[in-house]
Design a protein around this ligand. Structure first.
Ligand SMILES: Nc1ncnc2c1ncn2[C@@H]1O[C@H](COP(=O)(O)OP(=O)(O)O)[C@@H](O)[C@H]1O
Ligand SMILES: [Mg+2]
Length: 253
């Protein structure tokens, strides 16, 4: 159920000619099966772009991305959807306002021609801690945290092995953030998922990730284990600064 991920010299340029912007010059990192790997760094540093490349939401990148040793580019769409799923920051934007939870969850099952739909939907909704009756609700009848649970259920319904989480809690109230992080943590423990998670919050990394890459201007400055946070074990000046600022913030709150 767990898969490894490897990116080798992944680069991407948006635009052409004089307007071309090389957003990722060359990104390489490896994630072990079942690992939670975080991407941190300031806004615009390329974190979401890395996830979009891995998930093939954009395919104009160069380099290699391997999932369990297989080039993601060569995976048929069906196989890719069953291997990896993304969860986005904004549960308001990622659910269609006129679609019931049942419709949201049944769509992938219909597309992938999977049977036992009702049973799969019941399992997915209860797996994310919501009652089965919520299948008949619409997004406006859900709180922010409940919507993000539905977005996670949608990601789980095809039983993928790799979840790409793009700031999955940053649009939520602080009180709800921990609930969603605990849910993600529990799901990983139960299913052995591999996670690649974008976050700007080192407290989140410290809470649930094994290692993290610090990005700056599209490049990975340093990959560090979680244990490097409390004593600020970074060597790259920017990574040191980022961890230092987070530790100051933590001690002041
Ligand atoms: N489709 C695109 N076209 C042009 N520039 C883009 C596109 N997507 C992202 N960028 C640029 O790439 C950089 C990195 O963006 P992003 O990966 O979203 O950063 P982050 O998630 O770290 O905030 C930003 O400067 C952004 O403006
Ligand atoms: Mg982003």
């Amino acid at each position: 159920m767990s898969v490894s991920v490897e990116t080798r010299d992944v680069s991407i340029t948006f635009g052409t000619g004089p307007a071309a912007v090389r957003v990722l010059p060359s990104v390489s990192f490896s994630v072990s099966p079942g690992e939670c790997f975080a991407l941190v760094g300031e806004s615009g540093s390329g974190k979401s772009t890395v996830l979009r490349c891995i998930s093939m939401l954009t395919d104009i990148w160069a380099g290699d991305i391997l999932i369990d040793g297989k080039p993601v580019r060569e995976m048929p769409l069906i196989e890719r959807c069953r291997t990896l799923q993304m969860v986005f920051q904004d549960p308001y934007g990622s659910l269609h306002p006129r679609q019931s939870v049942r419709t949201v969850l049944s769509e992938p099952l219909v597309i992938h021609r999977l049977g036992d739909r009702e049973e799969r939907m019941r399992k997915a909704i209860t797996d994310v801690g919501l009652p089965v009756s919520f299948l008949d609700r619409f997004p406006h009848q859900l709180s922010g945290g409940q919507r993000q649970r539905v977005a996670i259920a949608r990601a789980l319904i095809l039983e993928p092995s790799l979840l790409l989480l793009d700031e999955p809690t940053s649009a939520l109230d602080v009180s709800v953030q921990a609930e969603i992080l605990n849910l993600l943590q529990r799901l990983r423990e139960e299913r052995g998922f591999t996670y690649i998670m974008v976050t700007h919050d080192l407290a989140v990394v410290d809470h649930m990730c094994d290692r993290f890459a610090v990005m700056l201007g599209g490049e990975i400055t340093e990959v560090l284990p979680r244990e490097a946070i409390p004593a600020n074990g970074a060597t790259h000046p920017y990574a040191r600064e980022l961890i230092g600022a987070s530790l100051e913030y933590e001690s002041a709150h």
